[in-house]
Design a protein around this ligand. Sequence first.
Ligand code: FAD
Ligand code: NAD
Length: 404
Amino acid sequence: MKRPTILVLGAGYGGLSTVVRLQKQLGTDQADIVLINKNEYHYESTWLHEASAGTLTPEQVRYDISKVIDAQKVNFIQATVEGINIKEKVVTSSVGTHTYDYLVIALGFEGETFGIPGLDKYALSIANVKAARYIREHMEHQFATWSIEKEKDDSRLTIIVGGAGFTGIEFLGELGNRVPEMCKEFDVPFEKVRILCVEAAPMVLPGFDEELVTYAVSQLESKGIEFSIGTPVVEATPEGVKIKKGEDEFEFIKAGTVVWAAGVRGNRLIEETGIENMRARVKVDKDLRAPGHDDVFIVGDCALMINEEINRPYPPTAQIAMQQGDTCADNIVALLKGDPTTEFVPDLKGSVCSLGSDDAIGVVMGKKLTGKKASFMKKMVDNRALYMIGGVGLTLKKGKFDVL
Ligand code: FAD
Ligand code: NAD
């Protein structure tokens, strides 16, 4: 009898966790596991703010997929997925077509611009490792240009960060450390630089613990970062952004760099599958299958699950994507054996938001943390993700041990 094919799309946290668990549980004769990913490497999306600011190199935030998969059991194909036809059970990619018996969609997130004019074209997004490298090089180019131009345009040295959610704040934390270094490297006086965070909501990190938010804002302000709160970005142009300051009051801020960190959506390919979705996120069944499609699992940022305690969706996080990967693998194995599937129940340990490599805020197991303790915890969380997917070897090679 033909072995069933399990096709996994995307080698981020959700996809890799699924594959690593499947390869542990299944023998070569039980299934053909196929993994498709755009690049030959996995990148740590949770470290992209560091690669974007330039506090880590692209090399430090990625590793070869071949290092964590068992080539005897998993056929890895480097290709870009171009279409998913769930009726015909065929996926098209840049290298051909791929059929499946079970499909796992783990294609991750894209930046959401909410249709705000100009943002897609003129703002940069911390979307993947190549985009992160571009942001770093763009800022460096602006600084280098300023230092040689005769008629100096100081707005080149203005960096605007749209959104004060976790991504925006973590990126600002890195900038707080990196910009003084860039000033030295490019002969730019620090006082000429302006770093401004523009947030639509009435507070930074909306919904997070207020005491911790106050700590974060004061730490970032002490590094020269400014905040404009309750002032949504309403337009971006090649020169900068327009923000709304009151009912009929707007301000245009010129800037050499605009980084848009004001929210995420699922991968656009989801919207073409015909599966009902909201911003390319599918409200999955409790066992992570797409409603009405028993052979399609969706994990990570393309999946949406409601936290019934508060009747709101769980936030899209790596923490949840990895746990979903494990449950998804278990459920596929169960189906192969003819056993019932199990419900996905997130085990949330808390959240930690870095403020540079030496500072952070967080709530872990209900306990509030700030400063070096929180920063240590963030590094342990980062190392744990490496360990869960690649074991001790990968953790020692790529982990963050500078505070141990
Ligand atoms: P991803 O990690 O985005 O992986 C998707 C994969 O699919 C990628 O490898 C991509 O290359 C591949 N892919 C995409 N399109 C295609 C295609 N067409 N063809 C082939 N391959 C494709 N969460 C936390 O829990 N803790 C944190 O500290 C944290 N920090 C974050 C910091 C930043 C700066 C950002 C941006 C996010 C952070 N998050 C954090 C959120 C977390 O990164 C995401 O929730 C997580 O990456 C989602 O995992 P995923 O597997 O769904 O997708
Ligand atoms: P987010 O949706 O959490 O935050 C986006 C912010 O942008 C919000 O504060 C929102 O009010 C603001 N915003 C929206 N429209 C705006 C506008 N027009 N002008 C100005 N501000 C605007 O998005 P995120 O920060 O990218 O995070 C995405 C997901 O990744 C979340 O689930 C988050 O928890 C997760 N994440 C986690 C960590 C961590 O755990 N350390 C780090 C980064 C991201």
